[in-house]
Design a protein around this ligand. Structure first.
Ligand code: MN
Length: 422
């Protein structure tokens, strides 16, 4: 077992009941505090842990890290130390914050190491080099296929052979809390008539998880499903905002473009794949049988409870979906193996999103397109208004956590407010 995953560990730091961040989590992120430059941090309970300060005090002296791994505004340097390097680091942090460790009595050090979570501004955790979005939830693909084709031909012929994906835009991936303007663009609301231009009328969220990679292999080499775990650093929540009306008009023949690249939001804490190991579960039987390079052994899916809420301005939020990451048809190992089977190289800090995660029940759908079924089943909000898609000044909030035998490892949340079009 990975030492930091020991369910019996307790921290000398108080962890509030139901926290996403017990000592078994030890996620990584980037934070700024007033007067200090951005730095790499971790978190236990409601305390942010300054890893630059810890490095300066020598707590990582025997590990293979340098100041520039922590005194920086992204996790990319740290991730270049690879799976074993970051595993050793997480184990060390766990040890230092476990009961009985003398760090708890070193008030001089703690004054510089611990930051209250409400005093830390969480920044974009990763400099994303390349961003890929998959389309790996069968229920989502089926629902969309039913709406735009018919139930008998809902899945396209390639869907159960290929983990379908596309290359998205990295520059517009932003951290939770960053507001953005409703996109404008071309739409064709009536099929028989010419297109129109204006603010999107069908702005939607997509409930997704994303994984961040370590440095991969040289161009030309591939990563097998068996090797994939060693190339995945961790995961975060991901909202792949989508303008459905722009998407419908533009996507043939080359796929998503301006309907997707105006903003995508990530949660600020990267939860390591190591921390998620206790929550592995089996995936669906894949029929037809997949090609050999997509076969995998063991449990490679992960049980992560997911929730989406919409909060109109000045009123209570309404939860509109409860889904789970375990519903994926294709797992991360298969996605990474497929991504590299042609020799495509991946780099430290690449981000790969799952695709919208929908479950089999209509309470488990991962987009408004599905929840309100193309606008035919509007959702009632607490203030009496209704939603077919997302309106100006709405805030969309996604949350996620794994839980088993009383241990909860969570992601916190990713939230963003939609401002009117510019
Ligand atoms: Mn997507």
């Amino acid at each position: 077992m990975i030492a930091a995953n020991n369910p019996n560990l307790k921290s000398w730091l108080a962890v509030p009941e139901g926290s996403d961040f017990p000592i078994q989590n030890i996620p990584f992120g980037v934070a700024a505090t007033e007067g200090d430059s951005p730095r790499v941090v971790s978190r236990i309970g409601d305390h942010v842990i300054d890893l630059k300060a810890m490095f300066d005090f020598g707590y990582f002296a025997d590990l293979h890290f340098a100041l520039e791994d922590f005194d920086t505004d992204s996790l990319n340097n740290m991730m270049r130390r690879g799976k074993q390097g970051t595993r050793d680091l997480r184990n060390r942090i766990s040890e230092l914050f476990s009961e009985e460790h003398e760090l708890k009595d070193n008030q001089n050090h703690l004054a510089q190491i611990l930051i209250s979570v409400d005093k830390a501004e969480m920044l974009m955790p990763v400099k994303v080099g390349d961003y890929t979005d998959f389309y790996s939830s069968e229920q989502h693909a089926y629902n969309v296929g039913c709406m735009f084709r018919d139930p008998n031909n809902a899945l396209l012929p390639n869907w159960k052979y290929i983990p379908v994906g596309y290359h998205g835009r990295a520059s517009s991936i932003v951290v939770s809390g960053t507001p953005f303007h409703r996109p404008k663009g071309q739409q064709r609301p009536v099929d028989a008539e010419p297109p129109v231009f204006g603010p999107s009328k069908q702005l939607d969220f997509e409930l997704e998880m994303a994984f961040v990679t370590y440095e991969g292999k040289p161009l030309g080499d591939s990563i097998s499903t068996k090797e994939a775990d060693d190339f995945i650093f961790g995961m975060c929540l991901f909202n792949d905002w989508s303008a459905r009306d722009l998407q419908k008009w533009e996507y043939v023949p080359l796929g998503p473009f301006l309907a997707k690249n105006f903003a995508s939001h990530v949660s600020p804490w990267i939860v390591t794949l190591d921390a998620l190991e206790p929550f592995r579960v089996s995936g669906p039987v894949q029929d037809p049988k997949v090609f050999t390079y997509l076969e995998y052994e063991g449990n490679k899916h992960i049980d992560i409870n997911l929730e989406v809420a919409i909060q109109p301005e000045n009123t209570d939020e309404k939860v509109v979906s409860n889904s789970n990451y375990k519903y994926m048809y294709w797992n991360m190992n298969q996605q990474l193996a497929h991504h590299t089977i042609n020799g495509c190289n991946i780099k430290a800090g690449d981000l790969m999103a799952s695709g919208t995660i929908s479950g089999g029940e209509d309470t488990e759908y991962g987009s408004m397109l599905e929840i309100a079924w193309k606008g035919t089943k509007p959702v009632q909000m607490p203030d009496g208004s209704e939603r077919k898609f997302i309106l100006d000044n709405d805030t969309v909030i996604m949350r996620g956590y794994s839980e088993k035998n009383g241990l909860r490892i969570g992601f916190g949340e990713v939230k963003a407010k939609v401002l009117p079009a510019k």
